[in-house]
Design a protein around this ligand. Sequence first.
Ligand code: ATP
Length: 446
Amino acid sequence: MTGSTDVDLSTIMSLCKRRGFLFQSSEIYGGLASTWDYGPLGVELKNKVKRAWWRRFVWERSDMLGLDAAILMHPQVWVASGHVGNFTDPLVDCTNCRHRFRSDHVEADTCPNCGGVGTFTEARDFNLMFETHMGPVQSEENRVHLRPETAQGIFVNFLNVLNSSRRKPPFGIAQAGKAFRNEITTGNFIFRTREFEMMEIEFFVKPGEDEEWHQRWIQDCMNWYTDLGVEPTRLQLREHEGSELAHYAKRTVDIEYKYPWGWGEIQGIANRTDYDLVAHSEASGESLTYFDEQTKERYTPFVIEPSAGVDRAVMTFLVDAYTEELVTSAKGKSEKRVLLKLHPSLAPIKVAVLPLSRNEKLSPLAHEVHEMIRGAGIVDGLVEYDDTQSIGRRYRRQDEIGTPICVTVDFDSLDDRAITIRDRDTMEQIRVPIEGMIEEIRAHFA
Ligand code: ATP
């Protein structure tokens, strides 16, 4: 009936709340603006997104390593990186209603809040870094920032990783973790928040080889989304224009997705040149360079940075997977079926075991089947047991949360020791002997 392009955001938000993907932070106190908590299904999805990313870009490659740096860093890091001076957005105030906006987010000269024309102040720079203090004294010397990106944790550890792992360029370091930006305007659910998570790679290459590696990374990143099932026609690449380029970038290309409100960035892939390593070498006095034993050359590597938002990826997978279709019910009526066609590797619940009813004769066998699937080590995620409500409603719930397969135990199962496996997307049901069930399920997740 519908693909995801015409789903509106409120439909996704209500599904997320109803089914336990995302809740408003501190909801019982009225909520904290633009801040979201991942519920039982949301945390599964988010962890699986990060795992899929790690698997593809660390485990499946021979030129990548991981890192998990602290959120708090030496204050000099942010001075050297240029964030203290440059990590700003242009801010304008409406003198009529006193609302504040990012000047590049308002069209013409009209206030989006009160409609006033020409009521804006001159734009001034607003630094997006959150500040806090380390230790009990709130003095200038104790001031630290919450990191606005994870990248700097990688740059300052460049030598540590190089020396401990004996790598040579081209090689990269991956890191996923929280970042904080005091955004002037937030919104579109988890698309733009002030606390979010990033998955970043800094890939170190010999200068001169940077442009070719940049191009390869753009393609590798794009493939990651499509391999996980995102519809290619809802993805596009967008080249940054000169004036838009960040202070450190030679070239940046964004991967954009067609969200319910229009195209938006999921990920940026920047050529950061040697900007950061040079800046940190100068500021720290440590030479963040590489000496090539073969050519007897010392150089500062150039850096290609694929930088993705975890929450934006989660949002993309949710929106893209959302599907409504018309099906014919058992009573011959036409009805709407909502399903999340999530890639099996991302599904929060992998398998749902559903006894046909709560009849006490069925439950021992159903529990046995549940334990067999859980214990087989074939499914790296939740295996749910659900015997509440009618079987039809339970199928609907599993479809709506994206569970790839349901295993149903019915009264015939007691005699023939066979179960029914139902496919989420095709609704096809096949009868399988319990003995062969594990193989059948394994094939589904292969
Ligand atoms: P935007 O132009 O949307 O503000 P950006 O260009 O500042 O984003 P980057 O600095 O390139 O973003 O950050 C890399 C990635 O981190 C983005 O592609 C996005 O997925 C994610 N990200 C950045 N800011 C936010 C935010 N406020 N909320 C959620 N995710 C974010």
